[in-house]
Design a protein around this ligand. Structure first.
Ligand SMILES: C=CC1=C(C)c2cc3[nH]c(cc4nc(cc5[nH]c(cc1n2)c(C)c5CCC(=O)O)C(CCC(=O)O)=C4C)c(C)c3C=C
Ligand SMILES: [Fe+2]
Length: 444
């Protein structure tokens, strides 16, 4: 294992970044060797001649991601928010275990270099898993050798605890804490496990290949040893939300289409209104950023599986087969909350989609980007499975909190779920050339 404080002698491995807060993290030209190119080159017995000679598709600055498996790392907003949802997720929350501001900033700079490489399909460092010194630990763990970039996105967020307080200002950033990063209240039916909640820093890794997402988190965690420690992680699969109608709507583990009425990420004005922090909203360093709220929501699957189809559809207010609102024929038909039938309202007064709808909440909306999870059993013969709910919003206090308050009070779904962990993070805006993950927060 190596760390920022304990550099590996691999000529560019972990620990190579400067602790200068203005450090540029735009990488030298050598960075473009892809895992696929590297593997192919070795497999064919071809000597490595350089990035362009091996695999030009993954070079720095590539922007034609629309029909490729590389999602651009830099831009006005971080990737992994409005990026078309990938199939898999590995989410990691870290505690910062040092009191040194410069060590933390150095790690954020180092992470940025590595994250940018990983998202374009390169190894963590140029000498990587197999090209370094035989008597030194490799600078990449190697399990992604031969795998394409897989539309990997790495999204960083900072938790409330990182900012500290005026009285306990570990890193001198208490005054930069956004107002909207206030505590999330306790809701009825919450049974939160502190060991799986909170965290100073979060990294959301999403990719179409689980091994790519796991590899990214593992290498970032490895580089961080001595500065950060993993607090909790969550694996997710089968994206449980679509964010655009060009993606088919996936199903959650209750068997329902999930994401039908999500915010559409192609609707720029909706994103401006509901997702991106505007310049006058809060801290100036945050404009163009967002907030991530994560909730590990256990599904009480056994009870759900014994419920009738009619009850299941009443709970959500949608039909299970097509995902259409009850009383309507097609998935994307508009929801008429006032519609009645012979037995009263077609959509139950406590139906999930009624209580969570912007019509019921004075126009509040969020961008959902969650994943299904199964983590074995709970030791009592029940599946530990559910939804790792992730929402992005412009202000969690004005969006997530009132929405969850309404759901927590009377959602028909509550009988079948339990919120078991909670975390929130402020998500800085995207990176300009030369910036690193800590630049905006740590530069006055
Ligand atoms: C606080 C916000 C929300 C939590 C927590 C939440 C949990 C949760 N949701 C489902 C399944 C579905 N949700 C659906 C719609 C929906 N859910 C939320 C918010 C939260 N969900 C919103 C804002 C909406 C859209 C409401 C609308 O305007 O129509 C649906 C219906 C299909 C869809 O539109 O996506 C399903 C299904 C589960 C299983 C769950 C916790 C485990
Ligand atoms: Fe929902």
């Amino acid at each position: 294992m190596s760390s920022a404080a304990d550099p590996v002698d691999t000529g560019g491995g972990p620990g190579a970044a400067s602790s200068d807060e203005s450090t540029s993290t735009t990488e030298p030209a050598r960075a473009g060797i892809s895992r696929r190119g590297l593997f192919g080159a070795f497999g064919a017995g071809v000597a490595l001649a350089g990035a362009g000679a091996v695999a030009g598709y993954a070079t720095a600055g590539r922007t034609d991601a629309a029909d490729s498996d590389v999602v651009p790392f830099r831009g006005p907003h971080q990737s992994g928010i409005v990026t078309a949802v990938q199939d898999r997720m590995h989410f990691a929350a870290f505690d910062v275990v040092t009191d040194s501001r410069s060590a933390l900033v150095a790690l954020l700079a180092e992470w940025t270099i590595v994250a940018e490489r990983l998202t374009r399909g390169a190894e963590a460092y140029p000498d990587g898993a197999v090209d370094g010194k035989l008597l030194a630990p490799p600078s990449d763990t190697g399990e992604a050798l031969g795998l394409p970039a897989g539309r990997l996105t790495l999204t960083i967020g900072f938790g409330p605890s990182l900012f500290g307080t005026a009285a306990a200002d570990r890193f001198g950033i208490a005054h930069r804490r956004p107002r909207a990063l206030a505590d999330i209240p306790h809701f009825p039916n919450d049974k939160l496990d502190p060991a799986r909640s909170g965290g100073d820093i979060a990294i959301q890794a999403c990719a179409d290949d689980p091994q790519v997402a796991v590899h990214a988190v593992r290498n970032l965690a490895r580089i961080g040893v001595g500065t950060v420690a993993v607090r909790w992680t969550q694996l997710g699969f089968g994206r449980s939300s679509s964010t655009s109608r060009s993606q088919t709507t996936p199903r959650n583990l209750m068997g329902f289409k999930d994401g039908t009425n999500n915010l559409d990420v192609t609707d720029e004005s909706a994103l401006t209104e509901h997702v991106w922090v505007a310049p006058g909203d809060d801290q100036p360093w945050l404009a163009g950023g967002s907030y991530l709220v994560a909730r590990r929501i256990r599904m009480l699957i056994e009870g759900w599986d014994r419920a009738t189809l009619a009850e299941q559809e009443r709970v959500f207010g949608r039909t299970k087969g097509s995902g259409a609102p009850i009383g309507r024929p097609a998935e994307f038909d508009s929801v008429d909350l006032a519609a009645t039938g012979p037995d009263g309202p077609l959509i139950d007064p406590n139906a999930h989609i009624r209580l969570a709808s912007h019509e019921s909440l004075g126009g509040i909306r969020i961008l959902r980007r969650g994943y299904n999870f199964t983590d074995g059993t709970d030791g009592f013969g029940h599946l530990d499975a559910g939804l790792f709910f992730i929402a992005f919003c412009r202000d969690p206090q004005r969006q997530f909190v009132p929405m969850q308050r309404a759901l927590g009070r009377s959602d028909a779904l509550n009988e079948y779920i339990q919120h078991v962990a909670s975390a929130q993070f402020v998500v800085p805006p995207g990176l300009l050339p030369g910036e690193h993950w800590g630049t905006r927060l740590f530069t006055d």
